[in-house]
Design a protein around this ligand. Structure first.
Ligand code: FE2
Ligand code: FE2
Length: 455
């Protein structure tokens, strides 16, 4: 049997386009288009070999009911109503057989199931084989990132449910606004690349990093950095810190620095957090950098060099922890920075958590472009002024000023994320006043209080 011929009927061109696009995700078809019921009928008469009619309801001249009624006079081929309207609203349509309904907005999994069902017993020529890959073999790429990168050097896939991915774009696809909007209109916000293609994908990074370093919009910048950090983290969890990952991480740090430059207000941080994209992990890294720099600025301790150090430390400090373990520990145990509260972890997890500051500090030392002091900041990031932190159980006197700022910023960043930006800063300050009452910690803590409120 040849390729199935599909008639797409909708008065809106963009809807016809996206419909075709989704048909192409499940197989190879030939398409005919009509912008009204009357036009559809003419085409149906001219092409008796049409396998399926995919039809809107509200059109003129000739609505969806007109098409069904008229076509049934000469064909019983499948009719799929693609509309917010339901057959129940038009019971006279229900007397016909071989009718189906795909609701708007289109839900890809339901769509696939209905179309495959409707085309049975037709052979789905060119139908994509189910992939044996697991979702874990892929990396999500957000559309906001694709729209920035524009051209992508590797194939892209769409998820049709758990562990079912279908290739939708070849390498070299240009993601212009038109294409991005097609997905957004269908409420698709993420496509996937294969992890093994990550390096191909990152060939585009240089270009977009350069472009975005000049961008004024910190919200856009934050979105891009978050997604980029998430992807990099996911790859790093898999294969460790390769030179390529190191390079991308360095670019991420540049972008974070740019963000730190644009934002020194806790008020802005909080409002941005509410609409931020990306994972809690990337937000945690970004916020820690921004808050450290913000505190530094208020204390007049900040220079280009100190900002770079805090940005480096923010991005690398938890990079040793696999994402799943990071969530389990740093967020769930966020209020207890001590090593005692690790009873719910396996011995291996507990050991990794206890050692992650040391391991990340070592990683930064091996990193050629990493500034001095970053190693110490990372090593100290779970220490507490009262000596109950880890791994060194250092007290305030043994923790340097840059680390003290980072520790306070890290604590606030974690709590801001836990509260989804709805943190009452005055209450937070009151709750932790006793903890941070000595030396550099007191100054860092006081600097937060001297600025705007975070709510
Ligand atoms: Fe940590
Ligand atoms: Fe952390």
């Amino acid at each position: 049997m040849g390729i199935n011929k599909i008639l797409i009927v909708d008065d809106i061109e963009a809807v016809r386009e996206i419909s075709i696009f989704f048909f192409e995700t499940i197989g190879r078809f030939e398409f005919l288009e009509a912008s009204s019921g009357e036009e559809a009928l003419k085409i149906l008469k001219q092409h008796p070999d049409i396998s399926l009619t995919f039809c809107d309801f509200n059109m003129s001249p000739g609505n969806g009911q007109f098409v069904l009624t008229e076509m049934r006079k000469f064909t019983d081929s499948p009719y799929v109503l693609f509309s917010t309207e339901n057959f129940k609203d038009h019971p006279e349509m229900l007397k016909y057989k071989n009718i189906y309904h795909v609701e708007k907005p289109l839900h890809i999994e339901k769509f696939t199931e209905i179309i495959k069902n409707a085309l049975n017993p037709y052979e789905l020529e060119g139908s994509h084989e189910d992939t044996t890959d697991q979702i874990n073999d892929y990396l999500p790429v957000h559309l906001s990132l694709l729209s920035t990168i524009e051209t992508v050097n590797c194939p892209l896939y769409i998820s049709l449910g758990e562990n079912k991915l279908v290739k939708t774009h070849h390498a070299g696809t240009s993601f212009d606004d038109h294409l991005i909007n097609k997905y957004l209109n269908q409420k698709v916000s993420v496509l996937y690349i294969k992890k093994i293609d990550f390096y191909l994908f990152t060939n585009n990074f240089d270009k977009f990093m350069t472009q975005n370093l000049g961008k004024e919009s910190s919200a856009l910048l934050q979105t891009i950095v978050s997604h980029s950090l998430d992807m990099t983290k996911s790859i790093q969890d898999d294969i460790g810190l390769t030179p390529e990952i190191e390079k991308i991480t360095a670019q991420n740090i540049d972008l974070v620095l740019k963000l730190c430059d644009s934002d020194d207000s806790l008020k802005i941080i909080s409002s941005q957090l509410k609409k931020a994209e990306g994972s809690l992990y990337s937000q945690h890294c970004i916020l820690t950098a921004i808050i450290s720099t913000s505190i530094g600025k208020k204390l007049n301790w900040v220079s280009d060099q100190t900002s770079i150090k805090w940005a480096f430390a923010s991005i690398i400090h938890d990079s040793i922890l696999p994402l799943s373990l990071w969530k389990k520990i740093e967020l769930e145990n966020a209020h207890d920075n001590s090593s005692e509260k690790l009873n719910n972890l396996s011995p291996a997890e507990s050991k990794l958590f206890h050692n992650h500051s040391t391991m990340a500090a070592e990683l930064s030392r091996k990193w050629k472009t990493c500034p001095v002091d970053v190693e110490t900041i990372i090593l100290h990031h779970h220490e507490l002024p009262d000596g109950h932190g880890f791994p060194g159980k250092l007290n305030a006197q043994r923790i340097n000023p840059m680390s003290a700022i980072f520790i306070v910023a890290h604590h606030l960043a974690t709590d801001l994320i836990l509260k989804h930006g709805e943190l009452n800063l005055q209450v937070w300050l009151q709750e932790h006043k006793n903890l941070y009452q000595t030396g550099d910690f007191k100054k860092a803590f006081g600097a937060i209080n001297s600025g705007e409120k975070a709510t």
